[in-house]
Design a protein around this ligand. Sequence first.
Ligand SMILES: *[C@@H]1O[C@H](CO)[C@@H](O)[C@H](O)[C@H]1NC(C)=O
Ligand SMILES: *[C@@H]1O[C@H](CO)[C@@H](O)[C@H](O)[C@H]1NC(C)=O
Ligand SMILES: *[C@@H]1O[C@H](CO)[C@@H](O)[C@H](O)[C@H]1NC(C)=O
Ligand SMILES: *[C@@H]1O[C@H](CO)[C@@H](O)[C@H](O)[C@H]1NC(C)=O
Ligand SMILES: *[C@@H]1O[C@H](CO)[C@@H](O)[C@H](O)[C@H]1NC(C)=O
Ligand SMILES: *[C@@H]1O[C@H](CO)[C@@H](O)[C@H](O)[C@H]1NC(C)=O
Ligand SMILES: *[C@@H]1O[C@H](CO)[C@@H](O)[C@H](O)[C@H]1NC(C)=O
Ligand SMILES: *[C@@H]1O[C@H](CO)[C@@H](O)[C@H](O)[C@H]1NC(C)=O
Ligand SMILES: *[C@@H]1O[C@H](CO)[C@@H](O)[C@H](O)[C@H]1NC(C)=O
Length: 892
Amino acid sequence: MIEGDGMWRGARVLVLAALSLLAEPSLAAKKFNLTIGYLPCITGDLRDRQGLTISGALSIALEELNNNTSLLPDVELLLEWHDTKFDTVTATRLITDMSCAGVVAFFGPEGRCHTEAIVAQSRNLPMISYRCSDYQTSTLSNFARLEPPGAQATKSVISLLRYYRWNKFSILYEESWVTVALTLENHAKKNNMTVNHQRAVIDGYKCCEDKMTCCAPGFWYQFIQDTKNKTRIYVFLGSTSGLIEMMTAMESLHLFSKGEYMVIFVDMMTYSPKEALKYLIKTEDRVSTKLICPNTIDFKKRAQSLLVVVSSEPSSDYEEFTNKVRKYNTLAPFTFKESVFVNQFFSKFVSIYAAYLYDSVKLYARALDQIIKEETRNEPLTEAKLRSIATNGTRIVAKMIQSSPYKSITGMSIRLDERADSEGNFSVLAFKPTKYQDGDVNCSYSMIPVGHFQHQNKREFPEYKLNPRLPIDWPDSVKPEDEPSCGFLNEKCPKDDSQITSLVVAGTLAVTLFCALVVTISIYRKWKIEQEIEGLLWKIDPQEIAGYLGSGLVWSPSKLSLASGISCESKCCTQIFTTTAQFKGNVVRIKELKFSKKKDIPREIMKEMRLLRELRHDNLNSFIGAVVEPLRVLILTDYCAKGSLYDIIENEDIKLDKMFISSLIHDLIKGMMFIHTSPLIFHGNLKSSNCVVTSRWMLQVADFGLHELRACAENEFIGEHQYYRGLLWKAPELLREMDNPNGTVGGTQKGDVYAFGIILYEIIARRGPFGLTGTEPKDIIERLKRPKLDGEEVFRPNTDALDPPPEDYVVACMKDCWAEDPNLRPDFPTIRSRLKKMKSGKSRNIMDQMMDMMEKYANNLEELVTERTRLLMEEKQKTEDLLHRMLPKRWT
Ligand SMILES: *[C@@H]1O[C@H](CO)[C@@H](O)[C@H](O)[C@H]1NC(C)=O
Ligand SMILES: *[C@@H]1O[C@H](CO)[C@@H](O)[C@H](O)[C@H]1NC(C)=O
Ligand SMILES: *[C@@H]1O[C@H](CO)[C@@H](O)[C@H](O)[C@H]1NC(C)=O
Ligand SMILES: *[C@@H]1O[C@H](CO)[C@@H](O)[C@H](O)[C@H]1NC(C)=O
Ligand SMILES: *[C@@H]1O[C@H](CO)[C@@H](O)[C@H](O)[C@H]1NC(C)=O
Ligand SMILES: *[C@@H]1O[C@H](CO)[C@@H](O)[C@H](O)[C@H]1NC(C)=O
Ligand SMILES: *[C@@H]1O[C@H](CO)[C@@H](O)[C@H](O)[C@H]1NC(C)=O
Ligand SMILES: *[C@@H]1O[C@H](CO)[C@@H](O)[C@H](O)[C@H]1NC(C)=O
Ligand SMILES: *[C@@H]1O[C@H](CO)[C@@H](O)[C@H](O)[C@H]1NC(C)=O
């Protein structure tokens, strides 16, 4: 019985134990174990390894998940972690091993992840990255990324640029940012924006490490110099030290002074007010000394020209979270030791990656939970089902995207894009006065958030929301433009057009004015010449002539005395009486040409008048001018006191000795030589009455030129005799010419020589031009004109019956001058040399000779007076002697 009792008791215990055993697994069976893998980088070459500082975040997330009864209630999440040492081979080995060991999801690896992601993809295991620099990995469907890739910031940058209508900008980037730069450019193109420049620079630290040229301080200067003319907005992607160097270069080029340029900087780090001045002042420069806040206007302008797009600052709760992370780092499973040094002076900085890690686990769990709930609506969850769900990476990642935006531990709402990349949450920083004070930093200004970006449902680009309480202080009070209103090269300005137009107008005007000036000048010159021709010089106002026009002819008294006693024939000759008048106080000779009809003086004659005025010679009767009236022309010439040569020859009272004759003839020759070499060429009307003699007995040739005018002039009725007499000096060939209606009025040089021959005869013979022939002038003319009969001598003055007979050479010269053939007649220079002997060596002029004579006479007179006085004295003496003799001595 006791045994049975014992047996029953044992059985009861067994049953209980079995029951309890049964019960316990059933209780435990409620929770399925799921192991997740964590691949941090704790050792290795990776810069800024996060493994040691952020791993606690994972522990926190797991504990929270396992404590939460509403999230994955049937699942216990277990952790398996291994250090990848920033080595791809190690990481891939770990992944394969872990997946074989039943790990259903991977967080990490830190640093590189592409190969590892592909390995995970081979089993479609979800891989969620909190820090990975391989951007191409994003295309994998099992891969999600909670660290926003730099490219995500570009969406916010585009939103910012569009908000301020900066549609033209330049992208400058450090080489490692090339993906971001390309993404930005693509987004810009999608938005119809213009990228003025897209240039890469080598990262500053790399330059100087490798001692490249880009390390030199002037490097950025050249860069800006090359681009500044074609842009106003720069987007810089790179390090803060690069940003400061670039802005220093811009400042040295005075780009900020007018507030025309803006720089937009993208910082992927989270904003921290403590570090806010790192964009303006090199923090490396200050070591344990207080930050000096520059307060110059230049610094302010430069700072105001900068906008920073930065990851938004986490909420104030985040600080608490980081403390917790620090604590959990020291706990299982990681149990990292915090060094005493670090603990004592400042807490180890927990970066934003802790948040990404925490968020990634939470997000994964939420997605898994949702899928499980979807799948277990109708049927219970089984181990196999859970595994198949948890290992379907594609589905989990898709669910993660679907469930975003999620609330991050940082307090921000964050979205995953279609490739399961976190879009991040960015703010815009601008330079504003602020009261922030912290340790070494005590400035009255800082870069503070003035705006942030907000999700818009389903829209690709977030919306830029400006904080209305914090307006941006633009460098020059107004927002800079992406392009000057006139274009980068002033090519768009209407002002330019108007300038060009006005330039063209001015040019045209100048040319027109110039042309007008030239035309005016030429017209003026022509007009002036015309004026000279038409008479300003030669034309004489009738009012200026006194004693002629009003009172009729004034007979020169001297003329009268000279002309008195001359023959009737001579009296009737118009040439004998010279009409004179007063012109400007001088006596002038006037020759009146009358016309029956109104006579217009042609230009040719006016020109000739001008020419006549210019002719000046001792043996030429000077032309003074002319009075032109409709029906008459008065020709004014110098008045010669002794009248014409004709008068002198005809006046028998005047005895002409050889010397006198020679003087007159040579004067005549000189006058004619001058005419023949002048533009007049010939006299045409040479005769003794057209030669005048001055008061000093100098002969002057007169009445030359103006043949046409003279020919047109209506001759006063002078009678047939007189008319033909006037022609006696004309050469036979010219007489014949006169009958030809087409013939020219005027003459020839040879004709002048003929006339000279006649005058020479006239002077020597003093019997008229053809001597005392008794033949009527008309008959003489007829004979001269008539062609010579056979054997007949040409009709010329008779040289044989001269008394006293002249020298042979004179006669020979005379005869040559009136030769029938004009070509045989000598010219005046020849005549002069042939008649030189007449002067018989005396070259003095006739007046001087007369003076000699008078002197001689005066001397004689003196002698005569002395003689007479002597004779008188003698007579007086004789008378006195006589008186003495006649009167008594006492009386005397
Ligand atoms: C789950 O894991 C815990 C320890 O981590 C272990 O004790 C338990 O037996 C596991 N449950 C199952 C069902 O494997
Ligand atoms: C989870 O729950 C345990 C006890 O139920 C508690 O001690 C622990 O603090 C909780 N952890 C978190 C992160 O809430
Ligand atoms: C548990 O998870 C749910 C869903 O994510 C959440 O709303 C709740 O606050 C969590 N509870 C605790 C105690 O963390
Ligand atoms: C860009 O321009 C094209 C053609 O002009 C137009 O169809 C498109 O809507 C524009 N896109 C944006 C974002 O303005
Ligand atoms: C930029 O413009 C300034 C003045 O307008 C000129 O002197 C300079 O040569 C230009 N630089 C370039 C790179 O075109
Ligand atoms: C993973 O999930 C998708 C649906 O999201 C499904 O079509 C696919 O068959 C699943 N793969 C496995 C291996 O269960
Ligand atoms: C950033 O976070 C704030 C606050 O949660 C949210 O309102 C905003 O939409 C977020 N923006 C982006 C772009 O995620
Ligand atoms: C900061 O600077 C202001 C003047 O610029 C001064 O009044 C203030 O005392 C300073 N504060 C600290 C903590 O140095
Ligand atoms: C005069 O001229 C006219 C025409 O000009 C001509 O027909 C005629 O023959 C000329 N007479 C002489 C004599 O040359």
